[in-house]
Design a protein around this ligand. Structure first.
Ligand code: GLN
Length: 486
């Protein structure tokens, strides 16, 4: 098959190997397309043609010299939360509008070592706080399927770029659902690995006990290739898991006979839009045909996920974001009377409304006398939720359900009501609180033609198995092969 705009990563590697296309041709194609669609989608914050083409030419030279690397010459775009030396890294904020990263994050370095070529930096919600990409200082990203709708968030640029064929794959980060929910909204496959599988070094911190890096791609097969490149122990991250490198593609072809799918009754109740319930149901029928069996499980404490998250995440964010003080880096107010005034003005000018809301909540729940009442209690809830899952895995291998309770919504539909916005992550947040791996794959459309995602939550370090499950579904279906006509 000849290479085309919507070729997968696996197909692109083959096209490069077969000399159907060069790394420079690939990079040029995606850069041209990214430029052409930037006014319509606003997916990128920074493109740097010269830098990208230098990397691509180096990949071609390596190929010509007979050197090999698993993804040599394949382009990838990165969420603008990843530091890449010499690249502007904004995190979607005015605070870092002119910040040039002094070093490269481990995940990006690992991907470069695997031969990948950086295409550019992708738009995102400010400091990864949001579910719709409407909080970015650089303006919202549009959903390529319907530009009146949000692409999901906070990794909205990561999702829109791959869905629109502006990059064959991208990276995102997921603190409460920011890979899985935009993957669903844009009809992609996205994976949040087990906490500690990908290094957080060089990724701007939001909530350190929840943040994880992960890939966006069209297929589970591609996510396996990408995760194999991204993951690995890193001494620079104290929470990095010290274990041998894995090949996440190793189980892809395993049949699903006897796979036990746990269906939590809490994920199938009221509040799930009917079109989503139907698509998920149809997908489960496919899974049963593939030999899986479904069992009902109960996760009685997941109802506390959103409240626990909105204590833990703002608390950690308020602490992490204290480093943006206008002294060391980032925005500094032009006029101020003394040091305290400079801190206050720099932060007041540099941060947007949602970030300020999180800092205020975080400072409140961590303050003297409230720590025990909020942060400590939230920590206990995390433990209870983890125990619910532990019990579920006694009778099932993976847990499944809808990725989000609603499909892609219109711009402005939730931006005045933070609680409504926060509830969009009701099914995804639990896996961040427990640290389990979770992914989303396309499984149909609702009455309005908007895309539905199936979430697969796995036991710790079961990524290879989950990717196998999603891959087998994708061999039997073609939802993931649909592209917007943009
Ligand atoms: N939507 C959630 C929030 O606003 C999750 C964001 C994320 O995963 N980065 O915090």
């Amino acid at each position: 098959m000849a290479w085309n705009t919507f070729s997968t990563v696996a197909e692109t590697v083959k096209a490069l190997d077969d000399k159907q296309v060069s790394a420079v041709e690939l990079a040029t194609h995606y850069l041209d397309r990214a430029d052409a669609l930037q006014p319509a989608l606003n997916a990128y914050v920074t493109l740097d043609r010269e830098k990208t083409l230098v990397e691509a030419a180096a990949a071609d030279a390596k190929r010509a010299a007979g050197e090999t690397a698993p993804l040599l010459g394949v382009p990838i775009a990165h969420k603008d939360i990843y530091l890449i030396e010499g690249w502007r890294t904004t995190c979607g904020s005015k605070m870092l509008e002119n910040f040039i990263a002094p070093y490269t994050s481990t995940v990006v370095k690992n991907m470069s070592d695997a031969g990948m070529v950086t295409l550019g930096k992708l738009n995102m919600d400010e400091f990864a706080m949001g579910s719709s990409n409407e909080t970015s200082y650089f303006g919202p990203v549009k959903n390529p399927w319907d530009v009146s709708r949000v692409p999901g968030g906070s990794s909205g640029g990561s999702a829109a770029s791959v869905a629109a064929g502006l990059a064959p794959a991208s990276t995102g980060t997921d603190t409460g659902g920011s890979i899985r929910q935009p993957a669903m909204f844009c009809n992609l496959t996205g994976l949040k690995p087990t906490y500690g599988v990908c290094s957080r070094f060089g990724i701007i911190a939001f909530a350190s006990s929840l943040d994880q890096a992960g890939p966006f791609a069209q297929t589970a097969e591609d996510c396996a290739l990408l995760l194999t490149a991204m993951a690995g122990f890193d001494a620079h991250d104290a929470t990095s898991l010290d274990r041998p490198k894995e090949n996440y593609s190793r189980d892809l072809s395993r049949p699903l006979n006897g796979l036990r799918i746990g269906l939590p009754k809490e994920f199938f109740g009221e509040g799930v839009a009917p079109g989503i319930a139907k698509a998920v149901d149809d997908a489960l029928t496919v899974y049963r045909k593939l030999g899986a069996i479904t069992v009902e499980v109960s996760l009685p404490n997941v109802k506390y996920s959103v409240p626990a998250y909105y204590v833990v995440a703002p608390a950690e964010a308020s602490s992490n974001l204290s480093r943006f003080d206008g002294v060391r880096y980032g925005h500094r107010a032009a006029q101020y009377s003394d040091l305290m005034d400079m801190y206050m003005r720099s932060r007041a000018e540099g941060f947007g409304a949602e970030v300020k809301r999180r800092i205020l909540i975080g400072a409140y729940v961590l303050s003297h006398g409230y720590y025990d009442a909020y942060y400590l209690q939230a920590g206990k809830l995390r433990r209870l939720i983890a125990e619910d899952f532990k019990r579920a895995y006694e009778v099932c291998d993976v847990v499944m359900g809808p990725t989000a309770p609603e499909t892609a919504f219109q711009f402005g539909a939730k931006s005045d009501d933070p609680v409504k916005m926060y509830l969009n992550d009701i099914f995804t947040i639990c896996a961040n609180l427990t640290g389990q791996p979770a992914m989303s794959h396309p499984c149909g459309v609702d009455e309005a033609g908007q895309h539905v995602g199936m979430q697969i939550i796995g036991n710790y370090l079961d990524e290879a198995r989950m990717l196998n499950v999603a891959h087998q579904y994708q061999l039997a279906t073609d939802w993931h092969r649909k592209h917007p006509s943009i």
